[in-house]
Design a protein around this ligand. Sequence first.
Ligand code: SF4
Ligand code: SF4
Length: 664
Amino acid sequence: MLIGPAVLGLALLATFGLFSRRADQLRRFVLLGTRGRPIDDLPARVGAEAVVVLGQRKLLQRFVPGIMHAFIFWGFLVLLTTIVEAFGEVFTRTFAIPLIGRTSWLGLIQDVFTVLVIVGIEMAVFIRKVVRPDRFKGSHLEEADFILLMILGIMLTLLGLNAARIALGVNESPAAWTPLSNLVSHAFTHMSLGTRRSFEGLFLWSHILLILGFLAYIPYSKHLHIFASEVNVFLASTKARGALRPLHIDVERMGEGQGSLGAATLEDLTWKEILDTYSCTECGRCQSVCPAWNTGKPLSPKLLVMNLRDHVFDEGPKILAARKAGEEHPPAALNPGVVEDEVVWDCTTCGACMQECPVDIEHIDHIVDMRRNLVMGESRFPQEAGLLLRNLESSSNPWGADQATRADWARDLGVKVLGDGPAPEYLYWVGCAGSFDDRAREVSRAVVRLLQRAAIPFAILGSRELCSGDPARRLGHEYLFQTFAERNVQTFRDAGIRTIVANCPHCFNTLRNEYPDFGADVEVVHHTELIARLMRDGRLRPTEEVNALLTYHDPCYLGRHNGVYTEPREALDRVPGLTTKEMPRHRERGFCCGAGGSRMWLEERLGKRINLERAQEAIATGADALGVACPYCLIMLDDGAKAEGKEIQVLDVAQVVARSLGAD
Ligand code: SF4
Ligand code: SF4
């Protein structure tokens, strides 16, 4: 009688010994890194657990593979009760979980979820073996197959156990409450009592041993996301997706050769970044939407994370062993050994990967941290980046233009340039593109005309406006970014500015989401938000028809990074005569123009040009006009359309609305 519990005790000891040994090792690998973001905003983190983990929201963005995973995940949660029951049965056959155990409704739920998990496994096999989507390229499919097989084994042994219990007459639920188990139980009806008992024992023990084997195996496999991803979601940033983590730069310690300037080695990664690598399911959703990967470049966000994980598993034990022995371990550089430099520079920081990732891996943090080291620590970057940095340092704008000419575009418009007097209601933050690029200047002029038409009190900063610092920050020059941020924030304070309207989503994102880390206390709106509101309130009344078919392109830093999808469309919908048509990739799935992440100033040497890919998608809709809400997108897509040799007018939302007001 005591043999069963004794065997179970030994099996549990062995399993938890193996599990906790590996868990401790994984914990120590994480602690090799740096602390990273503070774990604040607990309600948002708990909410993310409920929505992303329990609700499977991000997985369900793609319904078929999402529901497949949800069946298996939800099934496992429900079937935790069956695991407890199976362990209890080793002690006494009549074991029941207090209050809920052996009730008919629990039996029904368990039976239904047993079916759903098996259906989920069949769907997974179909997707992997028959559909074979490209996103799995580079994933460890054999190991995933083995895990699916284990889960199937757990389900089938559970079903066999329940069926054998019904055949033995020890299942309390009426047949109708456990229809599947009841159906399978007919297979035992012609067997003797002893044989049925033997099957009951066989299924019980194989079920238990499979569960314990699963528990012991997973942390040693490449699929430890099953345990890591819940923690990863909890630790993910609760800020807007576009906000980067500030790097504390201690110049004095840098002079002594200490302190971090980004991610040079494993020990420079943050705890969250190391946990990210454990959490990757290798599903390839990120890879399938990445503009770099989709245009033939070496960057795959999935492979990047997988390579970093392999490095953690390879390097982590060596560092720990060296520390234990009190020896020096020569640091292994992340670039180019683990991640090639080209991969780091290919990223447009569009956020498509993070939008898709079901376990909240933050790819952009990894990439920007490596860029920070390459730029600030090693001065190793593409040649064109050198020109960008020189222009920023010498002229405070990427164009290298004379700051004194910053407001030249507005000369004949009667725009107030903010001086010593009180600040008006709005500061119009023009941005460098809107100040110095000819095409983007036309957008600035349209914005001014709209603000004037709506009688909005506003002013610009003129030559007191410096680059927001976004290009420096995304390129990895955090120090330069911080000097711009501090100087601009000081200007806001000196001028008493409370509200800013910006038409560049990169500036909008930086001012709204990143400047608060440097003391800014201003409200920042995008011009499309303000225009939509003014049209809604009747302060901008379109009178002239704009007879065109327009397709709207979502700028990454407005849409995915800040969730502004509706307002630009609302403004366009209010323009009489204008019809709109969506591109296949729009809103959350919008495809980057290729300019973000400072790619605007870098050559695209490999693969197809991203702006061409997007311009072709717009042209294929048959539209006469391509609507944008970002000066970078305007420039990139206009260039793309010209390269394609097709007539499609690229216009900012402000220009379209101004045209409908006769103010263009
Ligand atoms: S941010 Fe965009 S370009 Fe960069 S890895 Fe993710 S999907 Fe690719
Ligand atoms: S990083 Fe996220 S989306 Fe990409 S393969 Fe891993 S789990 Fe999937």
